[in-house]
Ligand binder design. Structure first.
Ligand SMILES: [Zn+2]
Length: 324
């Protein structure tokens, strides 16, 4: 019988789960809303019940689980110390709890680390040993792929690039700091900068901008991108500004880590045509000439599946010595 892993991507809105082969192929997958019940027990129950449904389709039981979740996660201990999507959780030992409930080994890590593993295994970073993974979504995720492994730091918290400070006295961030990178280069950043530009009202198109920003029931960042592509100056200005900050942040990261290859993912990366030119310009301005010449940026290839594929591959990698 072929071994399979249950891969879990636990986000703020959706719980995605898949059965993944050792080669990183998705055999079956399901997605449900996380809903309002966000306590530790409720989430474990939700995962268990979806796992059962998932295993019904190929009539195969998984032999291991890989779980990716946003937040401060110790992969070694399987503990989520804090997650932006589950503010009630405190030092949640999700790894050991799921292991005892499901009876198979569970490997937990930060969602961006899982995405990086997915893009390394099957996506844009397949032929790169070293790269910086950057996901631009509601917030910003990051991972440092070094020698084909995610660098986790002393306690597993490395790669939190979204909380690198870009503006010392910038707006307050949920992490407790101010002016963090993700407050400028993310959907949240685009909306906030859009609000500022609409209030400022200086550039043509500001009224339309105000309309979009004040409509909470639409995908505002997609509308902003649409508007920018119609040459609305105010909307273009926001993406230019985001690119400016993205370039500053990436330049610092490249300078510190020496990682010159970058994979850009997340929903906002679909608007890269609007912000990447200014990001590249800024990156060149803030790095040595030789460094800038070596920088290569690729778009992620696996979309929403990256985290699932990465979680599955990682579960196999971790448990290969114990379960085969
Ligand atoms: Zn922060």
């Amino acid at each position: 019988m072929k071994h399979l892993a249950v891969a879990i991507d636990l986000g703020g809105t959706h719980l995605r789960m898949a059965l993944v082969s050792p080669e990183g192929e998705i055999v079956a997958q399901k997605k449900v809303m996380v809903g309002t019940e966000r306590g530790e027990k409720a989430i474990i129950q939700k995962i268990e019940s979806l796992k059962k449904k998932l295993e019904q389709e190929p009539h195969q039981k998984a032999t291991r689980i890989g779980l990716g979740i946003a937040g401060i996660v110790s992969s070694r201990e399987g503990i989520v110390f804090a997650s932006p999507h589950f503010p009630g959780w405190k030092d949640f030992k999700v790894g050991s709890l799921l292991t005892s409930q499901c009876g198979i080994p569970v490997f937990v890590d930060n969602d961006a680390n899982m995405i990086a593993r997915g893009e390394k295994g099957k996506g844009a970073g397949r032929d790169w040993q070293n790269f910086l993974m950057v996901t631009l979504g509601t917030g910003m995720g990051g991972a440092l792929m070094i020698d084909s492994e995610v660098f986790c730091g002393d306690h597993g918290f490395a790669g939190e690039i979204g909380h690198m400070v870009i503006q010392a006295e910038g707006p307050p961030c949920a992490c407790g700091s101010r002016g963090c990178f993700e407050l400028y280069a993310s959907a949240t950043g685009l909306i906030r900068m859009g609000q500022e530009a609409a209030v400022d009202g200086e550039l043509p198109g500001s009224e339309r901008l105000q309309e979009i920003i004040s409509s909470p029931h639409i995908d505002r960042t997609a509308r902003l991108a649409e508007e920018a592509r119609k040459f609305n100056e105010a909307a273009r200005g926001i993406f230019d500004r985001m690119g400016y900050y993205l370039g500053i942040g990436l330049a610092s990261l490249v300078n510190v880590t020496g990682l010159e290859k970058i994979v850009l993912g997340g929903g906002i990366s679909q608007s890269a045509d609007l912000f990447l030119p200014s990001a590249r310009e800024e990156l060149v301005r803030r790095t040595y000439k030789k460094t800038a010449e070596c920088v290569e940026i690729r778009m992620a290839q696996l979309g929403d599946s990256a985290g699932l594929i990465g979680a599955g591959l990682w579960a196999f990698k971790n448990s290969s010595s114990t379960s085969e």
